[in-house]
Design a protein around this ligand. Structure first.
Ligand code: NDP
Length: 450
């Protein structure tokens, strides 16, 4: 497949050292082969060359003053990747690992994810290498304000509408929104994930986790099974993981693990959701604290993990929900999950499985829901927040949740029907990539070379 190798070689030359971005591009491009072979129009118009190149990338200095009066400087990013289907939409991540390549991989994935929702949203992503851990409330506020001091000139309710991601929740969205309003004098839906009293949507906080479980339910129903009684391994202990745990209980499943940057907890009786929320959402502390208070559970610190392994995947389970971060599940982890009888993987995180892990899941023919399909409920509900803001309405939780369920069913249907169309039954990687790409590419062709 020369176009894949040529494109990746070109990206290596023109965008050096962006490994996660090459990984995401390669996965999509490999899936597109049957489409490109069948329909010559997708080879014309420079679609592949254009789609891997962001429309715009903004990098900026974020200077702020810490509690000791010292000046701190971080890097800020916003990648406006593709606006063929609507205003740029995608989260903002605050984590020390953030760099241009990570923001580009996330923005690239976002294009196809957003297309799959069927809603009018383009793809973008942003963030900073700022580490919120150990910062005071005042430092978080000053950083968010400093970040928005530059970002405000590039975003807008019909231009680019960021949301949260790792390290950015309702608190950070609030501080950024306040600063945007101060700078522009405009009260508009420029961010999603806002507080419920000032433009937020009911159900947005829960949407990514709930949506991932709805997606898993769709995969299972298609083969006449359900989540009822299934033992589920969940990674992460943040927004996506917590609401995955909550929804798994609604379906009668038993979530038995969660993890964070300090280690993982195995709680065979089932994760205590209220304690998890108290420790991670309210006190913002480590899972070691969960283990201490809960008693009778196993906490394994990261320092005990063998090199290159994530031990949360060594816990035997029927279904796995990776919900922490990229490349947190590698080929070895996948083999162990399969050996222990896992038959379903639904990705709440973005690109949590390495290419080797994805290949192992596809070769074993288990139910595998890739992130860009399975976790699209978050961005879909962000778009519902935009719709409520634009019409100055607030919908009920039930209204939002029933729309979310319909959207997740639609994404599953679109990915699985597309997989079948190309003779790759059950391969939702291929199905999701082709279904998303086709929508974006068709719009790009109709809008001309711009
Ligand atoms: P949060 O910051 O709320 O939670 C992230 C969790 O993962 C935390 O428990 C964190 O540990 C852990 N974590 C993060 N990085 C690492 C790492 N390198 N090693 C080990 N643990 C890690 O983020 P979200 O829950 O919002 O996001 C999780 C994933 O879901 C990301 O991949 C994100 O891109 C994706 N996603 C999020 C959406 C959303 O709506 N929020 C939408 C779609 C996808 P600790 O608590 O110690 O920091």
């Amino acid at each position: 497949m020369p176009y894949v190798a040529d494109t990746i070689a070109h990206l290596n030359r023109t965008s050096p050292a962006q490994h996660e971005f090459y990984q995401a591009c390669e996965e999509v491009l490999l899936s597109l082969r049957p489409l490109l072979d069948n329909d010559p129009k997708y080879r014309k118009y420079g679609i592949i060359d254009r789609i891997v190149e962001p429309e715009r990338q903004i990098m900026f200095r974020v200077a702020w003053v810490d509690d000791r009066g010292q000046v701190q400087v971080n890097k800020g990013y916003r990648v406006q990747f593709n606006s063929a289907l609507g205003p740029y939409k995608g989260g903002i991540r605050f984590h020390p690992s953030v760099n241009a390549g990570i923001i580009k991989f996330l923005g690239f994935e976002q294009i196809f994810k957003n297309a799959l929702t069927g809603l009018a949203i383009g793809g973008g992503k942003g963030g900073s290498n700022f580490d919120p851990k150990g910062k005071s409330e005042q430092e978080i506020m000053r950083f968010c304000q400093a970040f928005m001091n530059e970002l405000y000139r590039h975003v807008g309710a019909t231009v680019d509408v960021p949301a949260g991601d790792i390290g950015v929740g309702a608190r950070e969205i609030g501080y950024m929104y306040g600063q945007y309003k101060k700078l522009t004098g405009s009260y508009e839906g420029v961010l999603t994930g806002k507080g419920l009293k000032w433009g937020g949507s009911l159900g947005r906080k829960e949407a990514t986790g709930y949506g991932t479980v709805y997606f898993a339910d769709n995969m299972l129903r298609d083969i006449g099974e359900s989540l009822e009684g299934k033992q589920c391994a969940v990674s992460g202990a943040g927004n996506v993981a917590i609401y995955t745990v909550e929804k798994l209980y609604h379906f009668g499943a038993k979530p038995i693990t969660v993890s964070d940057s300090s280690g993982f907890v195995h709680d065979p009786a089932g994760i205590d959701l209220e304690l998890l929320k108290q420790v991670k959402e309210v006190e913002r502390t480590s899972l070691a604290e969960y283990a201490k208070r809960r008693g009778g559970v196993r906490f394994v610190p990261v320092s005990d993990y063998p090199a290159g392994r994530n031990l949360v995947w060594s816990v035997p389970c029927d279904a796995a929900f990776p919900s922490a971060t990229q490349n947190e599940l590698n080929g070895e982890d996948a083999k162990e999950l399969l050996k222990n009888g896992c038959t379903l993987v639904a990705e709440g995180a973005n690109m949590p499985s390495t290419q080797e892990a994805v290949e192992a899941f596809l070769a074993a023919n288990i139910l595998y829901g890739p992130g860009k399909a399975a976790n699209a409920g978050g961005v879909a509900t962000s778009q519902l927040e935009m719709a409520q803001n634009a019409s100055m309405q607030q919908w009920t939780f039930e209204e939002v949740d029933s729309k979310l369920q319909r959207i997740m069913a639609g994404i599953y249907q679109s990915a699985s029907e597309t997989a079948r169309e190309f003779g790759a039954e059950r391969n939702l990687v291929l199905g999701a990539n082709i279904a998303g790409f086709r929508k974006v590419a068709d719009a790009m062709i109709e809008q001309g070379v711009v």
